[in-house]
Design a protein around this ligand. Structure first.
Ligand code: HEC
Length: 207
């Protein structure tokens, strides 16, 4: 290879990697990195909304912050995403329950603001299981959520989800399993996953 061709190749490769890096990672990162929760302006409250979004008291309760760490450590994000894609990029909004409360007309795509209070935003990159952005609306009791973690095959014999038995311990008399603190925190976190609160218009979207 002649030297100038080699230089061209390197320059071409550099551009091919640099462009997507700048457009898809660096620019969005810089634009979103100073996001703060926003208050609903007086007189502009949206039906079904809260005083500020994301609402720290509603969105994060109990030990769910620790639960988010358990979620990250257990690798849930290898199989589950937490982003409802815009319809031009996929059929997420047509999948029942994914976008949130459909019957109340509140289902929506995920917005960058939804992640404002999250220390770790586990977007995920592949969907072996469902998207969990709004799983707190689909599975609403602690019992069902624990059952799903302890023994997914009991709910659906064909389930491809691994059993997270190490988050549970045998109860003292050998009758069944008891959740550890990690399992309780994880369930707090999962029940809190509701990324469908209506946004005020200042966020650039309608509710
Ligand atoms: C190897 C891939 C895989 C991993 C890792 C995984 N899951 Fe799953 N998960 C699935 C699949 C497949 C389903 C759908 C079948 C089912 O409902 O059991 C599912 C379903 C679920 C559901 C029910 C969703 C619904 O809408 O009904 C919840 C909740 C869930 N997973 C939570 C978790 C959590 C929390 C973790 C980490 C501790 C985790 N998953 C790790 C594959 C996985």
């Amino acid at each position: 290879m002649k030297p100038n061709k080699f230089v061209n190749l390197i320059a071409g490769l550099a551009t091919a990697f640099a462009l997507p890096l700048i457009l898809l990672i660096i620019i969005p990162f810089v634009r979103q990195s100073d996001s703060v929760p926003i208050h609903y302006p007086e007189g502009q409250e949206v039906e079904g909304g809260v005083a500020a979004y994301p609402d720290a008291t509603l969105y994060r309760f109990g030990s769910s912050d620790f639960g988010a760490q358990v979620y990250a450590a257990e690798g849930c994000a290898y199989c589950h995403t937490q982003v409802i894609r815009p319809t031009y990029a996929g059929p997420d909004m047509w999948r029942p329950g994914w976008g949130g409360r459909e019957e109340e007309g509140l289902a929506r795509e995920t917005q960058p603001l939804d992640y404002t209070l999250e220390e770790i935003a586990p977007l995920g990159y592949q969907r072996i299981g469902q998207d969990l952005s709004n799983v707190g609306h689909r599975i609403t009791t602690r019992e069902l959520m624990h059952q799903h973690l302890l023994n997914p095959k009991e709910i659906d014999p064909d389930s491809g989800m691994p059993a997270y038995k190490h988050l549970y311990q045998m109860s003292p008399f050998g009758k069944g399993w008891e959740p550890t603190a990690k399992a309780e925190a994880l369930v707090d976190y999962l029940l809190s996953l509701k990324k469908d609160q209506p946004l005020p218009e200042v966020a650039g979207t309608k509710g």
